[in-house]
Design a protein around this ligand. Structure first.
Ligand SMILES: [Zn+2]
Length: 242
């Protein structure tokens, strides 16, 4: 993948056709802007049965606290999370490029494929999407918030959906990637707040959204902030389950 594949290029495409982000083959007219049908087929999609709490594929019987091994001991403030892909293989590589490779536009194609998952689509319909915010310093460094771009993309394609940046992140936190389950919860506890001038309604359903759900700690912490502010119906969604 060359430098040109990492740019939103407009007219450049006429001269230098893009490659599929998964297969690396030149894109023809089929598929999406950066993803071919063959590439989309190689994404590890989540299908039923899945955990009704975190959305991970789960075949067992969920008893008591509704937790599968992936959301064990989370006791989330959100009701249900739905995810479209497993965060492994090509989906993981694309997420990495979105976050660290300055390629936020790849989100659009991943989200477009996610929308063909009927459950994912229904889960978001009619809700207010609340992207997980980045701390202002992180936002300045990255130049974009991938969760916000995801929210904007989905909101224009799902009936009755709106994406609102209702939350802000008040503290810079250590990256979650190297932390264990309990440490992740601790790391993001209490770091989200309702943004100045924002309000929530107890009658409205909110879906906190992010690119990846791993233990659910970040989405949980955002749901706590929304509930503290008065929201009663809060769910969650992510493109990928880590
Ligand atoms: Zn689970």
């Amino acid at each position: 993948m060359g430098l040109l594949d990492d740019l939103d290029r407009g007219l450049f495409d006429l001269v230098f056709p893009r490659d599929c982000a998964v297969t690396q083959e030149p894109l023809d007219d089929e598929g999406w802007l950066h993803l071919s049908f063959a590439g989309a087929d190689r994404l590890d999609r989540i299908t039923d049965p899945r955990c009704i709490t975190c959305g991970h594929p789960f075949e067992g019987i969920i008893e008591g606290d509704r937790a599968c091994p992936h959301c064990h001991e989370l006791h989330p403030a959100f009701g249900r999370a739905v995810c479209a892909f497993r965060a492994r293989g090509p989906a993981r590589a694309i997420i990495h490029r979105i976050k660290y490779g300055r390629s936020p536009f790849l989100l659009d194609d991943l989200a477009a494929v996610a929308l063909s998952d009927e459950l994912f689509r229904r889960h978001l319909a009619g809700s207010i999407l609340v992207p997980v915010p980045l701390h202002p310093n992180r936002l300045r460094h990255r130049g974009y918030n991938q969760a916000e771009r995801l929210g904007d993309f989905l909101a224009t394609r799902i009936p009755g959906c709106e994406s609102l940046g209702l939350l802000r992140k008040t503290e810079e936190t250590e990256s979650q990637t190297r932390l264990g389950r309990a440490e992740r919860r601790q790391n993001v506890a209490g770091v989200f707040q309702l943004a100045a001038g924002s309000f929530v309604s107890p009658n409205q359903r909110y879906v906190v959204i992010d690119d990846v759900l791993t233990t659910g700690a970040t989405l949980h912490s955002c749901a706590v902030a929304l509930k503290k502010a008065g929201a009663e119906l809060v769910d969650a969604a992510a493109l990928c389950h880590g």
